[in-house]
Design a protein around this ligand. Structure first.
Ligand SMILES: *Cc1c(COP(=O)(O)O)cnc(C)c1O
Length: 228
């Protein structure tokens, strides 16, 4: 068996065990295969194995791979520069990395021209790491309450990244806080805001993320690394 298939089987099994451990249905979790370090051949091989969702953190890579492999969902997961909005706005199935108001304005402007709406997740900097992108937790509610000024933007949920660590348990409080934040925000019933998605968990901590309520897990290295 090719190492990609071995890795994928292992990850699917781990996802299903994590779901079972908290009584969740395995179909409630979508694996977003982060293909940023691999070429289109690896993407095509993953598609053959049933992977439907791919994530990229650079616009040029997303646009290129999507042109070659169009029949899957391409997620933009990395920091998005406003000058790249034009290239990606109608190509990403979901943008996970809305992290500032001026990016929302740039998305709105472009979407208006194309007469489309743009599904996005609001990235929240729960951990408060200065070098990490994301809206400060205190700013999330006012941000969401203002988003109906930008009617082309459809907020579909929240995303966060935990600090790098060898111990996945270090991520748990971060993920738990994002899930609790969603629960609190849901009580406000904010116009143009759906909070159905929680994008959290990577190779280092996706099982913990699933236990805490993630429905989109972004997994790169443990899927695509060659360890045969
Ligand atoms: C690279 C990346 C991932 C995947 O990380 P792995 O540790 O390789 O699984 C997830 N999310 C974002 C935003 C990334 O840039």
């Amino acid at each position: 068996m090719h190492s990609l298939e071995i890795n994928l089987n292992r990850i699917r099994q781990r996802i299903s065990i994590a779901c079972a451990s908290v009584g969740r249905d395995v179909s409630s979790v979508t694996l977003v295969a982060v293909s940023k370090t691999v070429g289109v051949e690896a993407v095509q091989a993953a598609v053959k194995l049933g992977v439907t969702d791919f994530g990229e953190n650079r616009v040029s890579e997303l646009v290129h791979k999507r042109a070659v492999v169009p029949d899957v969902r391409w997620h933009m997961i990395g920091r998005l520069q406003t000058n790249k909005v034009k290239e990606v706005v109608d190509k990403a199935y979901l943008i996970h990395s809305l992290d500032r108001w001026n990016l929302a304005e740039a998305l709105q402007k472009r979407a208006d021209i194309l007469d489309i709406t743009i599904p996005v997740l609001l990235q929240v900097n729960i951990a408060g790491e200065e070098q990490k992108a994301g809206v400060h937790p205190d700013e999330v509610l006012p941000f969401l309450q203002s988003i109906d000024q930008l009617p082309r933007i459809k907020i579909m949920g929240l995303m966060t990244m935990a600090p790098l660590s060898d111990d996945p348990e270090h991520s748990r409080p971060i993920f738990r806080e994002l899930a609790q934040m969603r629960k609190q925000l849901q009580q406000y019933d904010i116009p143009n805001v759906s909070l159905r998605h929680l994008s959290m968990g990577m190779s280092q901590d996706f099982e913990v993320a699933i236990q805490e309520g993630a429905d989109l897990v972004r997994i790169g290295s443990s899927l695509f690394q060659n360890n045969s």
